[in-house]
Write a protein that binds this ligand. Structure first.
Ligand code: GAL
Length: 490
């Protein structure tokens, strides 16, 4: 049962290895991955045992989605501006649903909520009778930790929400598809024309055993350095650092003034693993980084040691309290001039704008120019949901041009669809779209694109221990073991 998944990953890595997103985009016109009707879900082993996630600290508090949001309107204006579009119109023969629609996500920050609300507003226009229940949950270990834990309980208890946010590919496939808990989406992909508008490489990532299992709403870039312009100019820095050495030179200037260079939020695993992922990319380059997940590059490689040493060194330039700061609080440190930079994905501008902060710059993380560390958020269809019609209509909104254009404007990501109009987008989006089409693509580990979920958990744990103990040799041994357990093969 392993082979098809590895084939999909290999296809993605092969496409990515072609050097740029043009491979994805050109392939968008290729025939469908699979046109098998969805009637017979593929059989799969009943018990793929995902690693347990830390239990949520508090029960989720579902809220009813903003019914008040005017049709096609967007809720809160933010620094990036307001997205304006004519209200969405129903396609011919559209069948509005009734009843309730519950949606899980971990989108609770500025930018994220506006993006989600945009999709809800479209949905409400098309399905005015449906009560939308927004069960977004904040916090937890690693991205979406609380939500993933509650979701796991609900899925196992046969009480799935109508749909939920999940990273395209491994995260969904390893945790829920192999266990037989999701419906394949072949029919929807065919009826909505998605086989033509999503890049083939993305559909491959979404697929297992020849069927697509979720709908990508976006493409995020993970390897971006965000910096407080004033803090840089206060120490005479005008250009973003291109290498880790240049980064540390800036760090020394800030240190002399008692200021941290890099914001770190490591109250739980995940944040530093994300930053270290970008250090691995810079130290190994795109090809050898991709090889880490196929067995072609060994985790005991000297370049991995170098990356871990750089990772440990960078922590000397972090906020001192980083082991007690949580991911959700990190942006306030940049806004408040308490740290000069963070290395994060491009969900960051939405958060900064929502805090009324515009005085920031961006650049690829040091040593990452020309490489796009990608991930994609998606929504799928659990088997046996209470309101399947409402769920299917939700997925249609997620994959629609109208929905993706507004959603991604607020989210900071770019649409997964290749036919989106960038005319109304910000400079950041435009630069990301340009890079996506010209850079080498690599998959994010932490955000579920690179490797099986069990490896992701082990990787985040190893780097969390590195952050607290600074023992490079121990971290590398843990990673070698994690790679062995994951059984990476070319
Ligand atoms: C990522 C997710 C993004 C954003 C981010 C926030 O894993 O893909 O959409 O939510 O987490 O931490």
């Amino acid at each position: 049962m392993e082979t098809p998944r590895l084939t999909n990953r290999r296809d993605f890595l092969r496409l990515a290895a072609l050097g740029s997103a043009t491979a994805f985009l050109a392939a968008a016109c290729a025939p469908a991955v699979s046109t098998t009707p969805a009637a017979a879900p593929t059989t799969a082993p009943a018990a793929a045992a995902p690693k347990p996630t830390t239990a949520p600290a508090a029960a989720a508090q579902p809220t009813t989605a903003p019914a008040a949001a005017a049709p096609g309107a967007t809720p809160t204006p933010i620094g990036g501006g307001k997205f304006s579009a004519p209200p969405v119109t129903a396609p011919a023969e559209y069948k509005p649903a009734t009843g309730k629609l519950e949606i899980f996500s971990w989108w609770t920050s500025g930018g994220e909520t506006e993006a989600l609300d945009y999709l809800y507003a479209d949905y409400k226009v098309l399905n005015p009778q449906v009560e939308v229940i927004n069960s977004a949950m904040t916090g937890g270990t690693a991205s979406g930790g609380n939500m993933k834990a509650v979701l796991q309980t609900r899925m196992l208890g046969g009480d799935a929400p109508e749909s939920f946010q999940i990273h395209l590919g491994h995260e969904l496939i390893d945790n829920h598809v192999i266990a037989g808990r999701m419906e394949p989406l072949d029919e929807l992909y065919a009826s909505e024309g998605w086989n033509k508008v999503f890049p083939k490489g993305l559909i491959d990532i979404a697929s297992y055993q020849g069927h697509p299992w979720s709908v990508p709403v976006n493409i995020h870039r993970a390897n971006v350095l965000w910096y407080n312009k004033k803090m840089f100019s206060d120490v005479g820095v005008t250009d973003a650092p291109k290498t880790w050495d240049e980064f540390f030179v800036i760090g020394d200037k800030l240190k002399a003034k008692g200021l941290p260079l890099i914001g770190v939020a490591e109250s739980g695993p995940g944040f530093w693993a994300h930053v270290t992922e970008t250090i691995l990319i810079s130290t190994l380059g795109a090809d050898a980084y991709r090889g880490l997940f196929t067995g072609a590059t060994k985790w005991d490689d000297k370049r991995v040691t170098d990356a871990l040493n750089t990772s440990a060194k960078a922590l000397d330039y972090a906020n001192k309290d980083f082991t007690s700061v949580s991911w959700g609080d990190i942006n306030d440190l940049v806004v408040g001039g308490k740290v000069a930079t963070i290395i994060q994905g491009d969900w960051t501008p939405g958060v900064l704008w929502s805090k009324g902060f515009n005085d920031f710059g961006w650049a690829p993380a040091p040593g990452n120019a020309g490489i796009y560390d990608m991930l994609s958020d998606s929504f799928g269809l659990p088997k046996g949901v209470k309101n399947r019609d409402a769920a299917v209509n939700w997925l249609k909104v997620c994959g629609s041009k109208h929905g993706q254009e507004g959603f991604n404007f607020y989210k900071g990501s770019i649409p997964a669809r290749t036919d989106a109009d960038f005319g109304k987008y910000t400079d950041y989006h435009k630069s990301a779209s340009k890079d996506w089409q010209s850079n080498q693509l690599v998959p994010s580990i932490v955000h579920g694109a690179a490797a099986k979920d069990s490896f992701n958990v082990d990787y985040q744990t190893a780097i969390n221990v590195l952050a607290t103990k600074k023992d490079v040799a121990a971290a590398q041994s843990a990673l070698v073991k994690a790679a062995k357990d994951a059984d990476f093969k070319a």
